[in-house]
Design a protein around this ligand. Structure first.
Ligand SMILES: Nc1ncnc2c1ncn2[C@@H]1O[C@H](COP(=O)(O)OP(=O)(O)O)[C@@H](O)[C@H]1O
Ligand SMILES: [Mg+2]
Length: 366
């Protein structure tokens, strides 16, 4: 997959522009505070309709303006296509090939993997942060998962409402509960499969790029407990057992104590939880390896490479790690967008960013 060009209007501090990209490396360089992250964010926003920094639309609109918009043309395996988003402070409007479309239709047309310094939160942050990350990663190349997750969240809300109002004896509650169990077990089964597959690739990538003497593994921890060898029906049974176990407490507390919204994911390096035992450098390497593994997962699901955005590479990695990463990326057939404050040893299309203004330029920032 390849983004050919992009247009944006009133996006953060960026001066309105039309940019043509290289199918391989695109480098945005400049000093801090000039708009490097914003340009990557604009690419991400154009491709997915969302930001990787905020869920608040209004923050993306240039100060003192009411609206912003983006447009991109891209090429996938089949043909050239376009996506555009218009947004005011409240609403967004999505278009695919110049026709209005819903967000659900829009999302997932282009697969994007990002690496931003804040990703370290995937190790250090809350379980809900990890869940929403892995959920959206699975969803972006699996439409059934995306739909089911939406459905699940809807039913969960309803279930919680009934629990809160202590209406669990009503017939309708048991109907919802059946749907709840079915939907929950589909989520769990897909997460089990995903983690099993990505964990193998993750270990390979980590060893190849960073440390071939260590073993890295991603572990899924579900509220259902041990899940080895379980199919959909068996997972449903386990959920039913859990519900019976916790029903009284659920009514007491007034919300669901069962369900995949209580699951978590752990990174295990040499049999130890990375959150508590790994060094900063190791954590960064784990997350970068995870991102590379996601690229492989998208290729596996979609038979096509996603685009890859890397923010602030030079300030995040020491020069040895950085060189390893660049060498690795050179060997892959990917369209990559990198921002950096310092020079990188790659052949790339270069864009210099100065106070939101982007100019085609050479490597000159030291
Ligand atoms: N909605 C907005 N409108 C105008 N400027 C903004 C907006 N949001 C952030 N900025 C400013 O944009 C500048 C560039 O930010 P950023 O892209 O994070 O820089 P860099 O990644 O190059 O360090 C910052 O000075 C920030 O204050
Ligand atoms: Mg930045």
């Amino acid at each position: 997959m390849e983004i050919l060009e992009m247009n944006y209007i009133n996006f953060r501090n960026l001066e309105d522009r039309n940019i043509q990209f290289s199918p391989r490396f695109n480098l945005f360089f400049g000093k801090n505070g000039q708009g490097k992250t914003s340009i990557l964010e604009a690419i991400y926003f154009s491709a997915t309709g969302k930001s990787f920094r905020t869920s608040k639309n209004i923050e993306l609109i240039k100060y003192n303006k009411d609206k912003m918009g983006s447009y991109i043309s891209y090429r996938d395996l089949i043909s050239e296509k376009t996506l555009s988003v218009k947004s005011d402070k409240k609403n967004k409007e999505y278009k695919y090939n110049n026709k209005k479309t819903s967000f659900d239709e829009f999302y997932g047309k282009i697969n994007v993997i990002t690496f931003i310094p804040e990703d370290i939160e995937l190790i250090m942050g809350s379980p809900s942060f990890r869940r929403s990350f892995f959920d959206s990663e699975i969803a972006q190349s699996n439409y059934d998962y995306f739909k089911n997750l939406k459905n699940y969240n809807k039913i969960l809300k309803i279930r919680n409402k009934y629990l809160k109002e202590k209406k669990t004896k009503e017939v309708i509650f048991s109907i919802y509960e059946e749907e709840f169990i079915k939907s929950a077990s589909k989520i769990i089964l897909k997460r089990i499969e995903y983690v099993k597959n990505i964990s193998i690739i993750l270990n390979l990538n980590y060893r190849k790029l960073f440390d071939d003497k260590k073993e890295l593994c991603l572990k899924y921890e579900s509220f259902i407990g041990e899940f080895k060898g379980l199919n959909l029906e068996k997972i449903e049974e386990k959920i039913k057992v859990k519900i019976n176990e916790l029903k009284d407490q659920e009514i007491k507390y007034g919300y669901s104590l069962v369900g995949p919204q209580r699951d978590d994911f752990k990174f295990i390096l040499n049999n130890k939880d990375a959150k508590s035992y790994s060094s900063q450098g190791e954590k960064k390497s784990i997350i970068f390896s995870l991102k590379l593994s996601e690229i492989d997962m998208v290729i596996r699901e979609k038979r096509e490479a996603p685009i890859f955005l890397i923010d602030d590479i030079a300030s995040y990695f020491d020069s040895v790690r950085k060189d390893n990463i660049i060498d690795y990326l050179k060997k892959r057939e990917l369209q990559v967008f990198i921002s950096s404050t310092s020079d990188l040893n790659i052949e790339s299309k270069n864009f210099r960013i100065d106070k939101g203004e982007i100019q085609n330029g050479n490597h000159e920032c030291k």
